[in-house]
Design a protein around this ligand. Structure first.
Ligand code: AMP
Ligand code: MG
Length: 413
């Protein structure tokens, strides 16, 4: 693997350039597992899934009503009721000319019948049914394979199994499914000032909020987390844990220690025990971000500032984890909204400001800032429902200008 030395490049690396470079250096883990469908939520399909059956596998009724032959209908004439077809209890006979069968939603359409008339549109007297109004041949009938045909590819390899995908897999009758082995990630925070919730803060201390937040995101992505806790700013300790992660995990995520302060050892240790990818990006928040490898273990060094950590996780680590996990990530839909207030921005870095987007009385989208845009103010992040994508070269945004944004995905943030 070639080593990128960003220090030899003038300026900072543009976001997309860095992201694509990083992705080109990552490969999906090859291991797969066959697991019961019931345990498949949040796993990634290792193979494409084709339907073993037609769904539905038989013609059935979309309504409660009467199954009949549309051609038999003559205004004012009734049809002889000859039986009943319930869901799970098909009518055994055949619907002949001038006949009909009482049918319920989901029940098999009897042989001979081609259409269903809703019960609300029928009058029945002594086993004779009088449909009212016009009837189109085939109406209210769900045809075999209307949803999925046998042999059809239903999901591609790389699909994340969410609740909806899971339901479709169940509708195919699949009992087991071949998925990629879930990723194992090591996670640690660095900083002499960090304390765990519940501990007393000495002067100058703060609570470690990054690790629990990142951990939550990882767990929601179905990733197994090895939590190494808080490490002091001690290069020896950091080195030891980097090597441990290389033995135990597919990737290591750290937070803190990637800027250029006196106690920022993350980059230094990564250079010693592994290979560093890049570490200065033309993005805000999150300029310092380290990517690299320790042996085969991918390394992501998040900035210490909580907003920067969460935003770089989303912008860089999330796509990288998808690549490692063999997940196909759909492109993020970007929306345009009108700035309902000015946004301060200097050209030079792409700025992912936190916003609150809402529908305006005229139906258009409008966006305001979610509180302070300081990368140290996480409470504003928790209020936000979108991230603005303010272009690298753009300056201040005036009220009324259009801005691009993405909704914050409630699934894992
Ligand atoms: P660093 O990247 O280590 O220079 O840290 C930058 C800023 O983020 C400093 O104000 C740190 O105190 C803060 N910080 C670092 N790690 C964490 C963490 N795990 N949780 C909350 N804040 C942090
Ligand atoms: Mg630090």
């Amino acid at each position: 693997m070639a080593i990128i030395d960003c220090c030899s490049q003038p300026g900072l690396r543009p976001y997309l350039d860095a992201k694509n470079d990083m992705l080109s250096r990552l490969e999906a883990i090859a291991a797969t597992d066959i697991i019961p469908l019931e345990q498949a939520l949040n796993h990634i399909l290792a193979e494409a899934v084709s339907s073993p059956i037609d769904v539905p596998s038989f013609a059935n009724s979309a309504m409660d009503g009467y199954a009949l032959r549309a051609e038999d209908l003559v205004e004012g004439q009734g049809l002889q009721l000859v039986g009943t077809s319930l869901a799970g209890h098909p009518f055994g006979g055949r619907v002949g000319p001038g006949e009909c069968v009482r049918i319920m939603t989901g029940a098999a359409l009897p042989l001979g019948a081609d259409s269903v008339v809703m019960q609300e549109n029928c009058r029945s007297e002594h086993n004779v049914v009088y449909p009212c109004g016009p009837v189109k041949t085939g109406q209210h009938v769900r045809l075999p394979a209307e949803d999925l045909a046998q042999g059809e590819v239903v999901f591609d390899a790389g699909t994340r199994i969410n609740a909806r995908v899971l339901s479709v897999l169940a509708s195919l009758g699949l009992e087991q499914i071949c998925v990629r082995r879930p990723l194992t990630l090591a996670l640690l925070s660095t900083g002499d000032e960090l304390k765990n919730p519940g501990e007393l803060l000495a002067p100058g201390d703060i609570y470690d909020s990054n690790r629990i937040g990142v951990r939550a995101m990882l767990e929601r992505l179905g990733i197994r987390v090895l939590d190494y806790g808080i490490l002091a700013d001690d290069p020896e300790l950091i080195r030891e844990h980097f090597l441990k992660a290389a033995r135990e995990a597919d990737a290591l995520i750290t937070s803190g220690g990637v800027s250029v302060g006196d106690a920022d050892y993350t980059k230094q240790v990564l250079e010693e025990v592994g290979r560093i990818g890049f570490w200065k990006l033309a993005i805000k928040p999150g300029k310092p971000f380290a990517f690299g490898h320790i042996g085969n273990c991918a390394f992501f060094g998040l900035p210490g500032n909580p907003v920067s950590a969460a935003v770089t996780f989303h912008l860089l680590v999330r796509p990288a984890l998808a690549r490692l996990a063999g997940e196909r990530l759909a492109p993020t839909p970007l929306l345009q909204a009108r700035a309902l207030m000015p946004f301060r921005k200097s050209p030079g870095r792409m700025d992912f400001q936190r916003g609150i987007v809402s529908n305006q009385p005229d139906g258009s989208l409008g966006v305001v800032a979610a509180g302070s845009q300081s990368s140290a103010v996480y409470s504003a992040m928790a209020e936000a429902n979108c991230l603005l994508h303010l272009e690298q070269d753009r300056g201040n945004v005036a009220e009324g200008e259009l801005v691009t944004l993405e909704l914050i995905d409630g699934l894992y943030w």
